[in-house]
Design a protein around this ligand. Structure first.
Ligand code: NDP
Length: 276
């Protein structure tokens, strides 16, 4: 009978813990690139946990749909703030932060998620162009949004999570400009974690392996990458690729009080594929 009674008890304990640590009610959470993919799954997680979320992307139709989904699952039916803004543009970033503060009065959590991949190798005649684009989109945008957000995060003991990739430390012949950019995201994160720690702000990265989203199509080679994803599935020690929920779980940990002593860290979420 001991077995029968201990199981429900354990479940209650787990539920209580997650209620205590994973309560984001009244928190203001800005997720860049949250009109689809990992960003949207993240926005929905925070909305479900009672947060006030800011939805961002470049397509107003996708933004409106994402905002509606967030409002539906919000316990108090909070309206998500809809922000069409290109994170590579300074004026757009300024407006993104200013409107967030205007609307919600503060910023607690910043998830720098907007980004995309691109092919490029040393023999590519357009390498420098691609490299510049990758750095603008994946690195400079994060630096820009973060710089504008820090004064507000100082007031809330805020948390930042930057979405990097396993390609930040696993070299790839076809994706060199993306690898270089994501590598910079990891080091940017570690450097500012040193600087922002004394200000009460934690900064970490989540480094996912492949997740099936619009990322593959946005990279411009959906069909080739479909074959790559199948290969990754077969060779992954856990015999699957990542899901958006896998990445959300890592973000949830890094933004909750459970990780209050974790900063400057890169949390790899890849089923162990880095060792294959
Ligand atoms: P998606 O393409 O599905 O989503 C990207 C999101 O970012 C969309 O909402 C997109 O909307 C938005 N976005 C793109 N460019 C900009 C911009 N310039 N300004 C504002 N918003 C923008 O990709 P994922 O969800 O897969 O990718 C999210 C993050 O995860 C990226 O940083 C990516 O590098 C990283 N990652 C993804 C992996 C994967 O396999 N999927 C693996 C490892 C890391 P719109 O285009 O309408 O602006």
């Amino acid at each position: 009978s001991g077995n029968h009674s201990s199981l429900p008890l354990m479940q209650v304990t787990t539920e209580k813990m997650s209620n205590r640590n994973r309560d984001f009610s009244e928190k203001v959470v800005l997720i860049t690139g949250s009109s689809g993919g990992i960003g949207l799954a993240t926005a929905k997680y925070f909305a479900r946990c009672g947060a006030k979320v800011v939805i961002n992307g470049r397509n107003p139709v996708a933004i409106a749909k994402a905002a509606e989904e967030c409002q539906c699952i919000s316990p108090k039916k909070y309206r998500a703030l809809q922000m069409k803004a290109d994170v590579t543009k300074e004026d757009d970033c300024k407006r993104l932060i200013a409107t967030t503060i205007d609307q919600f009065g503060k910023l607690d959590i910043l998830i720098n998620n907007a980004g995309a991949g691109a092919f490029g190798s040393i023999y590519d005649p357009k390498l420098l162009e691609t490299l510049e684009h990758m750095i603008n989109l994946n690195v400079k945008s994060i630096a820009m949004v973060t710089q504008m957000a820090v004064p507000h995060l100082e007031k809330t003991n805020g948390v930042i999570v930057n979405i990097s990739s396993t390609l930040s430390f696993k070299p790839n012949v076809h994706f060199m400009p993306y690898c270089v950019a994501k590598s910079a995201v990891d080091m940017f994160t570690k450097c500012i974690a040193m600087e922002l720690g004394p200000k009460g702000i934690r900064v970490n990265t989540v480094n996912p392996t492949a997740v099936r989203t619009n990322f593959q199509a946005a990279t411009g080679a959906g069909e080739i990458l479909d074959g790559v994803l199948k290969h990754l599935e077969q060779t992954n020690p856990l015999r699957r690729i990542g899901t958006t929920e896998d990445i959300v779980n890592a973000i949830a940990y890094l933004t909750s009080s459970e990780s209050s002593f974790v900063t400057g860290h890169s949390l790899v979420v890849d089923g162990g594929s880095v060792y294959v």
